[in-house]
Ligand binder design. Sequence first.
Ligand SMILES: Cc1ncc(COP(=O)(O)O)c(C=O)c1O
Length: 318
Amino acid sequence: MGFQTTCCASSVVEVIGETPLVELARITKGLEGRLLAKLEYLNPGHSKKDRIARQIIEDAEAEGRLEHGQTVVELTSGNTGTGLAIVCAVKGYPFVAVMSKGNSAERMRMMRALGAEVVLVPQLPESQVGQVSGGDLELAEEATQQIVAERKAFRADQFHDSGNFRAHSLHTGPEILAQTGGAIDAFCDFAGTGGSFAGCAAAFKKYNASIECYIVEPASCAVLAGGPATNPNHRLQGGGYSMHDLPLIQREHVDGYIGISDEEAIAGARRLAAEEGIFAGFSTGANIAAALKLLPGKTVVILINDSGMKYLSTDLWK
Ligand SMILES: Cc1ncc(COP(=O)(O)O)c(C=O)c1O
């Protein structure tokens, strides 16, 4: 039998990235323009955050900032934690994920299954489960700092570490340019840390400064656009934390801001599942809603941030 030998990855970490790009031709039927979606939920941890977990750990290893067997700690809404749990399991680092109780339970269970220790931080009394506010995040931040100090741990620090930016400027953005031959007009992305936006925007602007890059945020706390936080308790898990400054974002790469309501994001995620067969979450729904506002006459690219499986305990799916 003449099999041609194909390569076998040495670990699951090796298969992070190089995700497919799919045209959403059913959602855009009757509209002018194209909407292209990069299927980040096909990463091993079912989100784009696997990319930054790998980059942050491998950059820290290369620069001698992470010692062999040292504990890794991160404050996470679940996806970065899942990525880090995978990378740490493979590379032999103990991993502690600190997470607000407001995030969905699937995320916690998945991280525990992958060998992580998960520390759940109670929400503020006025907060609601499923709605993590900036205040909830501050409480989780205090707990994270304490654990890092106690365990002399390496903090992955996704809001500041350049690995978050580099994962997307070196890989996600260039992959999209290669997949499209650079023929895109606009990119929009729901911001949490802003790492995906910043890295992809840097790659796109370096290739062609006229590719427009838009930040997507909850309409009720569009603070990056300079608006007020009228309701920080939105439904869009993974971002929209009412932080005025996201250190990884280069403002000169921002062509504009698009505010999306919970209802618009939910409708976007449901259409994506029902019409395109792509099962994603709230923040991806926000990207869809924003892209549709940009669309007429343009080729717009978005990321499918994570899997809808992570929201089965919420009312996104009934
Ligand atoms: C589901 C989901 N969407 C969007 C984001 C925001 O991505 P970024 O931190 O790159 O801005 C995150 C970040 O954790 C996320 O988990």
